[in-house]
Design a protein around this ligand. Structure first.
Ligand code: ADP
Length: 244
């Protein structure tokens, strides 16, 4: 049962590009301990909303997390406030090993990496993340050789070492096969706990497998929100999907 504690409170969030409102006056509560799905046709404004919440595009309105307004913060400060995101195309360093990728990501949060592993050992939080994402067997391999699914898990591991309590995941199962999708589902359930996880997702089978809260965006606005069954039964939702 999700917490009723509010994690992120978004009020009147608007993003304009040259007068075009990519996100238009969105107000939304994200509850702690919930996996929150954000769906909607292409161009609905989902990525731009997450960009605004992670300091990548300027926005008006507010997004309050632990008393801080994320919209007024730069990305590095947002990371230190334990809010992180993944991208559709994994942003790992291909030449570095899985361990090194995790170490660097942890260092961004902790500003603590000074010496190579050989001289200080692998930090505990890196070992813990490695185990959670199930990449122990490839820990010393360059990230560039990982399978698509493994790269996505590595990205999630990079958020774990940053202690991200709020995680925005951009289509984490896109391009994955059925087994990888299932493993990703298990991973999200495993790390869900006291975190707030917001997932932009197109794969409705994946969304349905969670039975959690779904928010639908269309043309920059919030169209509706509810359980998967509720939003799928909503005539307005069917209309916007058929209309694209
Ligand atoms: P979604 O993630 O739901 O597919 P996006 O957030 O990517 O939607 O895009 C929302 C709208 O904003 C689209 O019409 C897109 O073309 C526009 N848009 C996104 N980024 C920019 C940008 N940097 N400059 C201008 N328009 C943009």
């Amino acid at each position: 049962q999700p917490d009723t504690e509010t994690s992120v409170q978004i009020t009147n969030l608007t993003v304009e590009f040259d007068g075009f409102r990519a996100v238009d006056d969105v107000s939304l509560l994200m509850l702690k301990g919930q996996i929150h799905f954000l769906i909607g046709p292409n161009g609905a404004g989902k990525t731009t909303l997450v960009d605004a919440l992670t300091g990548l595009v300027p926005a008006t309105g507010s997004a309050i997390y632990r008393g801080m307004d994320l919209l007024a913060m730069k990305t590095n400060k947002i990371i230190r406030a334990e809010v992180g995101r993944t991208f559709q195309t994994a942003t790992v360093f291909d030449e570095l090993s899985v361990l090194q990728n995790l170490d660097i990501a942890g260092g961004l949060r902790r500003r603590a990496w000074r010496l190579p592993f050989a001289r200080r050992g692998v930090p505990d939080y890196v070992e813990a993340a490695l185990e959670t994402i199930g990449l122990g067997a490839v820990r010393d391999k360059p990230a560039g050789i990982l399978a698509h699914g493994q790269k996505q898990w590595l990205e999630i591991g990079m958020l774990l070492v940053q202690d991200a309590k709020v995680m925005f995941l951009d289509e984490p199962v896109a391009g994955m096969n059925a087994d990888e999708r299932e493993e990703t589902g298990e991973l999200l359930r495993r790390i869900g706990g006291d975190r707030t996880i917001i997932v932009i997702e197109h794969d409705m089978d994946f969304v349905r497998s969670f039975a959690e809260w779904v928010t639908v965006m269309h043309a920059g606005k919030l169209l509706t929100a509810g359980t998967v069954e509720q939003v799928q039964a909503d005539a307005r939702v069917q209309e916007v999907y058929l209309g694209t």
